[in-house]
Design a protein around this ligand. Structure first.
Ligand code: SAM
Length: 306
């Protein structure tokens, strides 16, 4: 079955930063502190390969805050059918993590970096840990792990820094993903002040790029080549109507063990996974839940019954 290509797993809701815009990967505060164990994460990922999953992204909260994160990554890297294992981190603990785990296997690290200015960084995340992030990026590149910087495009915070970030990426030797801001229940005011259409940035990148290429492995997205860096953009998708025709085949597991797709805040598209797994369901039953969610996601992308 080839229903879904990518699985994005949030392994903790905890984070050391308090980014004012954060969507928390669709996680909603609950009293429960239950989290999937490394074995459960590997089990779900392994079963998910049966519906076509080949790419796994580990995220959070801040995934490097989990004490067993190296064990989670090791178990996932042993899954033969997974071709791309990556992690998204704010980068603050990245250098330390890589020093402590020199043999860790990762195909890519996405490091969130919206600004190169200390005061702007602190105004977004609540503290100034910019230097640690930059060190983390350099450390990863120095040991040969490809890094992609995740930069949210924020009208009032960093529009004038786009070029500086491109130059930084080129100097260090990494790629960039420019991301459109998603509105959440909590960030409405910030969203109103800072939303900037990614299509506008794309017009600029088209002029700025040395060459352009449509990349199949990037869900047919445009890749803008600038020097040695590859730049892609990521459009916010919040409304089921906007999902039609999307090629991005992604399922996400939130830190509270729910299965969702896209960033749609709608309970019709949320499936519980943690509860049934703790009640002892079989691999076949897990597969059924994953397939149901994947089929619904596919229907929405093809604008059928919903
Ligand atoms: N703590 C990690 C980090 O900072 O990368 C992982 C979790 S964070 C929620 C994952 C990604 O989501 C980050 O790259 C962040 O920029 C992005 N993100 C968070 N809130 C967003 C929003 N409202 N709109 C678009 N992207 C957002």
């Amino acid at each position: 079955m080839n229903l879904i290509g990518s699985l994005r797993i949030s392994v903790t809701p905890d984070c050391n930063l308090k980014c004012i815009y954060c969507h928390k990967e669709g996680y909603r505060e609950t009293v429960s502190r239950e989290r999937f164990t490394p074995d459960e994460i590997a089990r779900i990922a392994n079963i998910a390969t049966g519906i076509g999953v080949r790419k796994i992204k580990i995220t959070g909260g801040e995934p490097l805050l989990r004490k067993d994160i190296a064990e989670i990554l090791r178990k996932l890297s042993e899954l033969k059918k997974i071709s791309v294992l990556s992690i998204t981190t704010n980068g603050v603990f990245l250098k330390k993590f890589l020093e402590e785990n020199p043999d860790i296997y990762l195909d890519r690290i996405n490091v969130s970096l919206d600004t190169l200015r200390k005061e702007v960084y602190a105004s977004i995340g609540g503290q100034d840990t910019l230097e640690e992030v930059l060190e983390g990026i350099k450390k990863a590149v120095s040991i040969g792990i490809p890094v992609e910087i995740n930069t949210l495009v924020l009208k009032e915070k960093n529009l004038d820094e786009i070029d500086d970030i491109i130059v930084f990426a080129n100097d260090v030797g990494c790629n960039i993903q420019f991301i459109e801001l998603i509105e959440t229940r909590e960030n409405k005011e910030f969203y109103g002040d800072n939303y900037y259409p990614i299509s506008e940035l794309e017009k600029y990148l088209e002029k700025r790029a040395d060459s352009l290429e449509v990349r199949r492995s990037k869900y047919d997205r445009m890749v803008y080549h600038v020097g040695n860096s590859q730049i892609v953009t990521c459009k916010a998708v919040q409304d089921p109507d906007e999902c039609s025709g999307l090629r991005c085949k992604l399922l996400r597991i939130t830190a509270d063990g729910k299965l969702r797709f896209f960033m749609i805040d709608d309970d019709r598209y949320v499936f519980d996974l943690l509860g049934p797994i703790r009640r002892g369901i079989s691999d076949e039953e897990i597969m059924e839940i994953l397939s149901e969610a994947a089929k619904l996601s596919k229907q929405i992308r093809q604008r059928s019954t919903i």
